[in-house]
Ligand binder design. Structure first.
Ligand SMILES: [Zn+2]
Ligand SMILES: [Zn+2]
Length: 158
C-alpha cells in the first residue's frame, strides 16, 4: 500500500466499515475518535449496573450512567433546597426580618419576600408576625425608618 491508497476497514467499536486513506503509521482501529472513546471509556454504572458509554468529552471510563448521574444531581439539588428552607424557617423563628434573612442567604430583599410567601403556601411553619394593632402601627410610624421597614416587611409577608 502506498500513501493515498484507499481501503475499507472495520471499526473495532461500532463494527461499521469505514473508508481510510493510507498515510504513514498503523491502520486505525476506529472509525472516529468519538467511537474510540465511546468504546474504550464504556463501563458498568456503579449505581444500577447498567452499561455506560463514553462520549467525545470523556477523559476516562464513565462511572455512572446518565440516568443515575441525573438522579444524583436532582437529589443534591433537593437536599440543597431543603437545607435553605430549614435555614429560612429557623431564622424566621429566631425573629430575623426578611431583610436580615435575605442578607444572611445572599438574596435580594424582594425575592426573599416572595420566597417566604411561597414556602408559607407550601406549608412551611412561617407564621405571620408583623400583624400590628393600629396603635402599634401608629407608635411605630413615629419611629420613622424602622416603622417603614416593618410595614414593608408586612406588605411582603402578607
Ligand atoms: Zn465506529
Ligand atoms: Zn446507572
Amino acid at each position: 500500500m502506498k500513501r493515498g491508497d484507499v481501503r475499507m476497514l472495520t471499526c473495532a467499536g461500532c463494527g461499521k466499515r469505514f473508508r481510510w486513506v493510507c498515510k504513514k503509521g498503523s491502520l486505525p482501529k476506529w472509525c472516529s475518535d468519538r467511537c474510540r472513546k465511546r468504546t474504550l471509556y464504556s463501563g458498568v454504572c456503579v449505581d444500577c449496573g447498567g452499561r455506560t458509554y463514553g462520549d467525545r468529552y470523556s477523559a476516562g471510563p464513565i462511572k455512572r450512567c446518565k440516568y443515575c448521574a441525573h438522579a444524583i444531581l436532582i437529589q443534591n439539588t433537593k437536599a440543597a433546597s431543603r437545607c435553605r428552607r430549614d435555614e429560612i424557617v429557623a431564622m424566621w423563628a429566631e425573629g430575623l426580618s426578611i431583610r436580615e434573612i435575605a442578607e444572611e442567604l445572599g438574596s435580594k430583599y424582594g425575592s426573599m419576600g416572595s420566597e417566604i410567601g411561597r414556602l408559607r403556601r407550601e406549608g412551611e411553619p412561617l407564621p405571620r408576625r408583623h400583624r400590628l394593632s393600629p396603635d402599634g402601627i401608629a407608635a411605630m410610624r413615629e419611629n420613622g425608618k424602622r416603622a417603614a421597614r416593618h410595614l414593608a416587611d408586612e406588605r411582603l409577608a402578607t
